[in-house]
Design a protein around this ligand. Structure first.
Ligand code: FAD
Length: 395
């Protein structure tokens, strides 16, 4: 039976980042296993938005560190050909008078205290940056110039490629059937390609984390939740790459929008989605009622989109925890088991730093950012990381 120093379960953007960072910190004998292919899970369904705007200050810290890596991606990976596909177009967030106004003000102030470069814009300034939108109801407009979007699949495959170049073994089409635990210590994994000895497992299984709960007998709360994404085409109002990502706290669905392909609009709701009975990433139906409802919200903000059509659409699944924030770190009571799951629709922008700190934790190093707030224990102690905007992917 082969022995590995660390085994990583899952090669999405999180597992691939973990694997790269394990090698970066000197781990020599690392195995990554994915039952599918690299990035083929929920990572390939991502909208890819990168921002540091969060109402939970711990998340700002993770996003800020991650942005520095995205901004310098090829050099950080030591791979001239690596790209994260970044479009640095900025991020604009708008609140009208009402219950979202003070949460937005407080979040922007918090971000400034954390050293994030931010501007508050007048309606006229906002119109200049995003001329296809109207801002008559906007009471507060935040703008983060150093933000934008990137390609999550490209990031996962780039991390995995860089990990492989540093000696990590990545096996696709290899399913983990069980983590082997003896006397409270991890001793190996049993998989579809054989059993392997290891004293350290990092699970990056996302919506499939209930499998780990079954193997360990631990409660690991997570709900698979399906969300729909639409790409709209409007001849009269193209959403170009130079226009910022837009978050509309005035809309009932707390819409987010961005350029798609340099002319279309990618749009989705930022609220609770459809709970699924089991983990699965197959495409779901997008009811016409939903399309009409989102279309009406889009037209409120982007009047020319009244006459838009759907160019394409897809569904994706979030791994939602009770407070819409991830669980990161060791599972208490089991030696040699680290988890990173529950990203609740906002894990891509955190992935570089999450991979870094999970690798540091597994290797017994100090972590760049504290894992303590993200401990599974918070669901028992009540120290939840619930965001100021309520439940939803802004967090
Ligand atoms: C529609 C949508 C839009 C999003 N938009 C954004 C956004 O704009 N910005 C942002 O920051 N985030 C966004 N996200 C969230 C982000 O994409 C995810 O948080 C991130 O991609 C999750 O990566 P992951 O590695 O945890 O999961 P996954 O990519 O799902 O990877 C998990 C992997 O584990 C493997 N696996 C599981 N169990 C086993 C097993 N037993 N054996 C072997 N392999 C196993 C699976 O095959 C899978 O490949 C969005 C997500 C969706 C669905």
């Amino acid at each position: 039976m082969n022995t590995y120093d660390v085994v990583v379960i899952g090669a999405g953007v999180i597992g691939s980042s973990v694997a790269f960072h394990l090698a970066k910190f000197g781990a020599k004998n690392v195995l990554v296993l994915d039952r599918d292919t690299i990035g083929a899970g929920t990572t390939s369904q991502s909208s890819g938005i990168l921002r540091t705007h969060y109402s939970v200050k711990e998340n700002v810290e993770l996003a800020r560190h991650s942005w520095q890596i995205f901004n310098n991606f090829a050099e950080y990976l030591g791979d001239d050909e690596a790209s994260c596909g970044m479009v640095k177009c900025g991020y604009m967030i708008v609140a009208p008078e009402g219950d979202k106004l003070e949460p937005l003000r407080a979040s922007l102030n918090q971000q400034r205290e954390q050293g994030i470069a931010l501007e508050t814009l007048s309606q006229a300034q906002a119109r200049e940056l995003l001329p296809i939108a109207q801002f008559d109801d906007a009471a507060l407009i935040g703008y983060e110039p150093e933000a934008g979007f990137a390609d999550a699949y490209l990031v996962a495959t780039s991390f995995a490629r860089a990990a492989r170049r540093s000696g990590v073994t990545v096996r696709e089409n290899a399913q983990v059937n069980r983590v082997l635990i003896e006397n409270g210590k991890v001793v190996g994994v049993s998989t579809s390609i054989g059993d392997f000895k290891t004293s350290m497992v990092i699970s990056a299984q996302n919506i499939w984390t209930p499998e780990l709960a079954g193997w360990t007998g631990r409660e690991l709360p997570v709900t698979p939740e399906r969300h729909a994404v639409l790409a709209l085409e409007c001849d009269a109002a193209k959403y170009t790459f130079s226009m910022p990502v837009f978050k509309d706290l005035a809309s009932p669905g707390m819409l987010y929008c961005r350029s798609y392909g340099g002319s279309q609009m990618l749009v989705s709701e930022g609220v609770v989605g459809e709970s699924l009975a089991a983990a699965q990433v197959e495409q779901g139906d997008i009811p016409m009622d939903y399309v009409v409802e989102v279309g009406a919200q889009v037209a409120e903000r982007f009047p020319a989109y009244e006459a838009s059509g759907i160019a394409s659409s897809w569904t994706g699944v979030y791994d939602v925890t009770p407070d819409w924030n991830p669980v990161l770190g060791k599972l208490p009571g089991i030696e040699g088991l680290v988890v990173g799951y529950g990203f609740s629709g906002h894990g891509f922008k955190l992935s570089p730093t999450v991979g870094r700190i999970l690798a540091q934790e597994a290797l017994g190093m100090p972590t760049d950012v504290s894992l303590a707030p993200y401990s599974i224990e918070r669901f028992h102690t009540g120290r939840l990381l619930t965001g100021k905007y309520g439940l939803g992917a802004v967090s």
